[in-house]
Ligand binder design. Structure first.
Ligand SMILES: [Zn+2]
Ligand SMILES: [Zn+2]
Length: 171
């Protein structure tokens, strides 16, 4: 059995991509992984959009095979293809104002000033995402090798206010 889409049987599973619950009956994406503790495989669940952004390869594989109707399919497929073309895009975990001046930018290796915008990164390994540091908002193009990242950055930043969103759009 390979990666799949299916309607969630309960509302208990949390999305691996954003840590929010997946509602019952909502379509979810399941990534199948070898089970490190037992025979067989285990499944980790995602909202389809979270998987398109953060797990583009298995997402596209399942998209090509599924008979379920995936909401917003064309847009999600484009997002996933962008993530394959630009290998660092799936690391995007949102944007925030730096609460301190201690973190270094992974792109330019300079400190990120307190209060300035930084993009959060995560690294994926065997079904889990771990914190992967930050890059300056200004370093996005150098680091991600594309400037087309805002939709994805905002998607993973649900706590931002409208005025903060506008500020980012104009940046
Ligand atoms: Zn999610
Ligand atoms: Zn930088």
């Amino acid at each position: 059995m390979s990666h799949l889409f299916e309607p969630a049987a309960s509302g208990r599973a949390k999305c691996r991509g954003c840590a929010q619950p997946i509602q019952r009956t909502e379509l979810r994406f399941g990534e199948r992984l070898p089970n490190p503790f037992a025979e067989g495989k285990l499944t980790v669940w995602f909202h389809p959009a979270c998987a398109a952004y953060k797990r583009p390869e298995p997402f596209l594989q399942a998209l090509g095979e599924t008979t379920e109707s995936v909401p917003d399919r064309d847009r999600l497929e484009r997002a996933a293809r962008a993530g394959l073309a630009h290998r660092r895009l799936p690391r995007i975990d949102g944007v925030e104002r730096s609460p301190s001046g201690q973190a270094m930018c992974r792109s330019c290796r300079q400190p990120i000033a307190r209060g300035s915008w930084r993009i959060r990164l995560v690294f994926y390994e065997e079904g889990r995402f771990s914190p992967g540091g930050f890059v300056h908002l200004e370093c996005r193009k150098t680091y991600f090798e594309t400037d087309d990242i805002l939709e994805q950055v905002l998607y993973f930043s649900p706590a931002l206010s409208d005025s903060e969103r506008e500020e980012l759009w104009s940046a």
